[in-house]
Design a protein around this ligand. Structure first.
Ligand SMILES: [Zn+2]
Length: 713
C-alpha cells in the first residue's frame, strides 16, 4: 500500500515537472498584480482599467501552481475520501487561475495583440499539461472512484450525485484508467494538439486578414452602397493601403457577394475566401490540420475507441457518431433537393440575361438576392433602417427577456472594459434583485476572432457565492463615423442567438460551478441560443423593436410579412452548406487510428462525395483549412451539434406556440426546468421532462420550409 502510494506521488511529481512549474521560474507575481486578489468591483468584474498585457501570464502561471498545490493537498489528504473533502474541495480549487483565464480568454478572443498572442502560444501546451496533471493524477482518481462506487449509499442530493458522476466520467474520459506509459504518451499528444490547435488559430486569423480583396479603383465595387464603399475605403486606410479593401468574414460566403454586380469581382472575393489558408507560405494550414487529425486518431486508439468521434461524443446528448450520422443522413435528401430547386430558379434568372453562364458559388448570393426580390420584393437596404443596433438590443433582445423571464437592464458606465466599443449592463431579476452583469462587444475588428460568441468572466455558483458575469461578442459591420449602426435581419438574429447563450449563463442557479449555466454538452448548448432566435421574428417582439431609426415608425406590416415569408427562402442552400461542414468535421474525426496522414484537399473532396454533399454551387460553410470550430476550438466531432440543437429548439418553440407564446408562465417554466439548471441532470431526460415527449425533427423541417408539402400546419 505504501509503495503504491509512493509510486503515485512520483508519477504526479513528473507530471508537475512537465507542466507550468518547469520553465517559468516564478515570474513576478504579487499583490501589485490586479489578479492577485478577487476583484473588488461589482459582481467581481475583471478590473480592465488596471490589467496590463503583462499581468496575464504571471497570474495564469501562479494560478496553475496554486491549483496544482490545492489538488495535491486533496490527493494527499490522509482522511478517507468523502464527497466534501474530495469532490466539493476540487470545486473550490483554482480561483486565481479561473479569474485570470476568464479575462485572458475574453481579451484574446476579442482584442488580441502581438504580446498577448505570444502569451497564448507559450501557455497553450502548459494549459493542456495542467489539465492532464489533474485528470491523469492516479491518487485523485482513486479518491473520486471510491466515492463514485459508494455514491448510492451517500444520501446525496440529485445535483451532488450528478457532480460525482461528472468527475468520475471526466477522469475516465481523460485517460485516468491508462497505464503510466500510456498516460505519458497521451500527455505528449495533448500538448502537441494544443500547440497545433493554437497555431491553427493564429494562422487562420492572419490568413483571413491577409487574403482580403484589394482594389485600387471604385469601379469593380459596383453594387455596394455608398456607406459600404466608404467602409471599404476606411478599411484600406487602416491597413495603410491605397484604394479599397473588402475584409473577409470567417465563413466561405462573404456578405458583399450579395451586392457586387461585377462577376469578376465576385469571383476574386470568393476565391480569396475559399483559398485563404491554402496559398502556401506561413499561413497555409493544411499540414497543421493533417497532423491534428492524425494526433486525434492516435488519442482515440490509446483511449480504447475506434475513432476520435466515438471518444468525443460519449458525454453528448447524441452519445454516438452513428446517432449523429443517422440524424444528418435523414436531412440530406430534402436539403439537397431544395438546393437544386433553388439553383434552377437562380439559373433561370442568369439565363434571362443577354449573356448567360453556368451558376458558380460566387454567383449564388447575388442572384439569390435577385430571386428573393422578385419573389418577395425584399431589399436589404429597405429593411436595415428598421434595425438600428441599440434599438434592437433594448426594444427587441432585452424586451423579449423581460416578457419571458421578468428581467430588466440598466447600462453602467462605471464598469471598466477592454475596448471602447464594449458596453456593460446590470441585469435585475423579476423581484428587482441583482442577477448578472452583461457585456456586449458587437463591431468587427481585425484583431477579433470571426463569428459571434458568448462566454463568462465569472461563472454562477452558490457554493462560491458568485453571480454570473457574461459577455457577447459579434462582428457586425461598424457604421461609418457619425452614422447609426444599421443591421441586417441576419445580424439581428445573431444578437438574439448570442443573447440566448447569455440567458443560459445569467439564469444559471446551481450549487456547483462545474455544472453551471452553459457548461453542458455541445449538442445541447446551442439549444437555448437557437431557441432565443425565434423571438426575433415573433410578431409580439418584432413589432416592438422593428422601428425606423429616423422616424420611429413601426415597420409597415407588408414589409414585415415579407421578411417572415422570406425566412424559408434559400433554406436548401443554408441547410446544405451546414450539413457539408458538419459532415466534413465528422468524417475527419471518424478516421481510424491506423489511417495514413491525409491530404486535406483530396480528403475534403472525397468526404463530400461520400456523404452526397458535393454540390458544385453549394460549398461547405467552412472549408477544412479554415474550419476554426473544429481545429482551433472545441467543436471537433461536434459541429453537428448546431443541427441537433436546431431540432431541439424548433421543437421547443413549437411547444411555446402551442401554449400561448411569449408569456411569463411559459418563460418561467423553461427557466425553472432547463435554463437555470445547467448540467445538473442527464440532458436528454431534462429536455424530455420539460417537453413532455422525446424531441422530434418535424418542427425543424417545418421552420426550414422543408416539410413535405401539405404535411405542415
Ligand atoms: Zn451559439
Amino acid at each position: 500500500m505504501l509503495t503504491l502510494f509512493g509510486f503515485a506521488l512520483i508519477a504526479s511529481a513528473i507530471a508537475l515537472g512537465s507542466g507550468s512549474d518547469a520553465p517559468d521560474n516564478h515570474m513576478d507575481f504579487g499583490p501589485s498584480n490586479p489578479f492577485y486578489a478577487p476583484s473588488s468591483l461589482p459582481f467581481h468584474a475583471p478590473p480592465f482599467d488596471k490589467i496590463k498585457d503583462g499581468d496575464y501570464q504571471p497570474a495564469i502561471e501562479a494560478g496553475m501552481r496554486q491549483q496544482r498545490a490545492e489538488m495535491q493537498a486533496i490527493a494527499g489528504d490522509p482522511a478517507p475520501p468523502t464527497f466534501e473533502n474530495t469532490i466539493v474541495a476540487m470545486e473550490k480549487t483554482g480561483e486565481l487561475f479561473n479569474r485570470a483565464m476568464a479575462a485572458f480568454d475574453g481579451v484574446t478572443g476579442a482584442n488580441l495583440n502581438p504580446e498577448l498572442q505570444k502569451v497564448k502560444e507559450v501557455e497553450a501546451p502548459k494549459l493542456a499539461a495542467h489539465q492532464d496533471a489533474i485528470f491523469l493524477d492516479s491518487r485523485l482518481f482513486r479518491r473520486v472512484a471510491t466515492i463514485y462506487q459508494q455514491r448510492d449509499s451517500l444520501k446525496l442530493d440529485a445535483e451532488s450525485l450528478r457532480l460525482v458522476e461528472f468527475y468520475y466520467k471526466k477522469f475516465v474520459h481523460s485517460g485516468a484508467n491508462l497505464s503510466d506509459s500510456e498516460k505519458a504518451e497521451l500527455k505528449k499528444l495533448n500538448e502537441e494538439e494544443s500547440t497545433l490547435s493554437n497555431a491553427f488559430t493564429t494562422k487562420v486569423l492572419a490568413a483571413t486578414k491577409e487574403a482580403v480583396y484589394v482594389v485600387a479603383e471604385k469601379g469593380p465595387l459596383a453594387g455596394l452602397s455608398d456607406a459600404q464603399i466608404s467602409a471599404a475605403a476606411l478599411a484600406a486606410k487602416e491597413r495603410k493601403l491605397n484604394g479599397y479593401v473588402v475584409p473577409l468574414q470567417n465563413t466561405t460566403q462573404q456578405p458583399d457577394l450579395v451586392a457586387l454586380s461585377d462577376r469578376s469581382t465576385r469571383q476574386a472575393l470568393f476565391e480569396s475566401s475559399w483559398n485563404r489558408a491554402e496559398r502556401g507560405g506561413p499561413n497555409d494550414t493544411r499540414d497543421t490540420i493533417a497532423r491534428l487529425a492524425e494526433i486525434r486518431s492516435h488519442k482515440a486508439k490509446l483511449l480504447g475507441y475506434p475513432n476520435y468521434a466515438a471518444w468525443k461524443m460519449e458525454d453528448q446528448m447524441a452519445k454516438t457518431p452513428e446517432t449523429a450520422l443517422k440524424f444528418m443522413d435523414a436531412l440530406v435528401p430534402g436539403a439537397t433537393a431544395k438546393a437544386a430547386t433553388e439553383a434552377r430558379d437562380i439559373q433561370a434568372v442568369i439565363d434571362a440575361q443577354p449573356s448567360g453562364f453556368p451558376l458558380q458559388p460566387w454567383d449564388w448570393n447575388y442572384y439569390a438576392e435577385r430571386v428573393r426580390k422578385e419573389k418577395y420584393d425584399l431589399d436589404e437596404a429597405q429593411i436595415k433602417p428598421y434595425f438600428e443596433l441599440n434599438n434592437v438590443l433594448q426594444n427587441g433582445v432585452f424586451y423579449a427577456a423581460s416578457q419571458l423571464y421578468g428581467l430588466t437592464f440598466k447600462e453602467r458606465s462605471d464598469i471598466p472594459v477592454y475596448h471602447r466599443d464594449v458596453r456593460v449592463f446590470e441585469v435585475f431579476d423579476a423581484g428587482g434583485g441583482p442577477l448578472a452583469l452583461f457585456y456586449c462587444d458587437y463591431f468587427k475588428r481585425d484583431n477579433k476572432n470571426g463569428g459571434a460568441w458568448m462566454s463568462n468572466f465569472v461563472d454562477q455558483s452558490r457554493l462560491l457565492g458568485n453571480l454570473p458575469v457574461v459577455y457577447n461578442v459579434a462582428n457586425f459591420s461598424p457604421p461609418a463615423p457619425g452614422q447609426p449602426a444599421l443591421l441586417t435581419f441576419r445580424d439581428v438574429t445573431t444578437m438574439f442567438h448570442e443573447f440566448g447563450h447569455a440567458l443560459h449563463g445569467m439564469l444559471a442557479n446551481t450549487q456547483y460551478p462545474s455544472l453551471s449555466g452553459t457548461a453542458v454538452a455541445r449538442d445541447f448548448v446551442e439549444f437555448p441560443s437557437q431557441f432565443n432566435e425565434h423571438w426575433a421574428s415573433d410578431p409580439a417582439v418584432f413589432s416592438h423593436y422593428a422601428r425606423h431609426y429616423e422616424t420611429g415608425a413601426t415597420m409597415p406590416a407588408e414589409l414585415a410579412a415579407k421578411i417572415k415569408a422570406a425566412q424559408t427562402f434559400n433554406q436548401g442552400y443554408a441547410l446544405t452548406e451546414l450539413l457539408a461542414a458538419a459532415q466534413l468535421d465528422l468524417q475527419w474525426h471518424l478516421l481510424p487510428a491506423d489511417a495514413p496522414m491525409q491530404k486535406p484537399d483530396t480528403f475534403e473532396t472525397q468526404a463530400l462525395q461520400k456523404t452526397h454533399l458535393a454540390l458544385e454551387s453549394v460549398p461547405p460553410r467552412y472549408r477544412s483549412s479554415y474550419f476554426s470550430h473544429i481545429w482551433g476550438g472545441s467543436y471537433g466531432a461536434g459541429y453537428y451539434a448546431y443541427l441537433w440543437s436546431e431540432m431541439l429548439d424548433d421543437d421547443a418553440f413549437q411547444w411555446f406556440e402551442d401554449h400561448g407564446g411569449l408569456t411569463r408562465a411559459n418563460g418561467d417554466r423553461l427557466r425553472r426546468m432547463v435554463l437555470s439548471r445547467g448540467n445538473t441532470e442527464d440532458l436528454a431526460k431534462m429536455y424530455a421532462a420539460w417537453l413532455g415527449a422525446e424531441p422530434s425533427v418535424e418542427p425543424m423541417l417545418k421552420y426550414r420550409g422543408l416539410a413535405p408539402s401539405g404535411g405542415a400546419k
